[in-house]
Design a protein around this ligand. Sequence first.
Ligand SMILES: [Zn+2]
Length: 475
Amino acid sequence: VKTWTDESQWHGPLISRRGVLAGIGASAAAWSLGTARAGTPSTGAPAAAAAPAPARNLILFVVDGMAMGTLALADQYRRTTQGRALEWTRLAGTRGVTRAFQSTHSADGVVTDSAAASSAWSTGRKHENGALCVLPDARAVEPFFARARRAGKATAAVTTTTITHATPGGFYANVPDRDRQAQIGSQLVERPVDVALGGGAMYVDAGAASAAGIRVVTDRAGVLGEPASGRTIGLLARSHVPLVLDRDDRDASLAEMTRHALKALAPVAGSTGFVLQVEAGRVDQAAHYNDAAALLREMLEADEVLGLLAEYCAGRPDTLLIATSDHATANPGPTWYGREGTAGMKRLADAKHSFEWIEREFAARQLPRDAALRGETLAELLSKATGLTYDENDRRLLRRFFEGERVQAFTTANTPVGIMGGLAASKTGVAFLSPNHTADHTEVLALGPGSERLSGTLDNTDLHQMMVETLGLPA
Ligand SMILES: [Zn+2]
């Protein structure tokens, strides 16, 4: 196993005005590659694979925390409320699109987190939960973007979470602990990721980025505007980009950020190629909240993005698109039979705010430790956010919970979000297993060159191999 510690190969943007004008491939000065490692200057064009790779570009679309049931729920919801299936469903039934089940366990357990899962795709090695491209024996391994860059590819990451979160971080960072987001932010600035768009202004030093010649975008207007010719870091929120349910027209959408990234990558798309990771990162978080209404809005946004990526690839026979999830979260699903079940699910359309909004509002009130007051307040906020009616039985249960009583048989679900999700489920029929990830297999879908390598059941580390082989990346 190669130890990857030398950062010298990471310097300089790949998408540069000069590179574009010089036709990229001829402009060695636009980037420096692995040959600089021994202290000698980089010479010539990037090392090409011996055999022509079937794909020049790779787009990995990750719907974080999407259980099979989440996909089914979103499809049923879309059909019921909008009269049409998900794009995901349509693609899955399209000729030439391949699919597989993916096992996702990490090095230290059956239930993975996003750090171990992203690192497995990135490096082909199993990681312990929390680690980003640092193996259980503390060795750093080369992240996928670094390897792609050695083959002359531009790299880009887009997400609705902080740009320093586990899924994007697993493709460019080396840290033993995903919670060190400021350190991951420093690595994002230091390492030449060409385009990075998401939330996370609190973790990335915009001044240092600007000083390094990186264009920093901080608002939606910048996302909707023309891309810069050099590197871009977009910090569209202090923390995560707001959930769809809580957004206003100042907030950029995942589709808008994705379009911006594709435009920025256009100069290299037909020459040296690119690797783009797009993450619908807050599907996972809405599921952690056991918030079915917020989850469905995030899923519909994710599906819109899958549609636009598929459309992009339809005109590009040199681009492999893989759409998948890193793990399942909370395993939601409708649980009522017949008409009652359909009617319950449709009530999720009435929501005005997310459970995250409720949490913020509840905290802002700085209530005293009074169980009755807390219970009443939460019931009031729940009604306002969900558009559902909370009766005296619900209020009594909330009061008992705030008195410290265990009100759920499954202790893991005996948390504020577990209770909120359970109460909402009593009115919609859409229930969650717990607030945690699960060990379910996840869906993988692929189209374009190399997609024929996908079939049956595979492990997340196998997906790494598929991406490396399809792009013809050097060892
Ligand atoms: Zn999660």
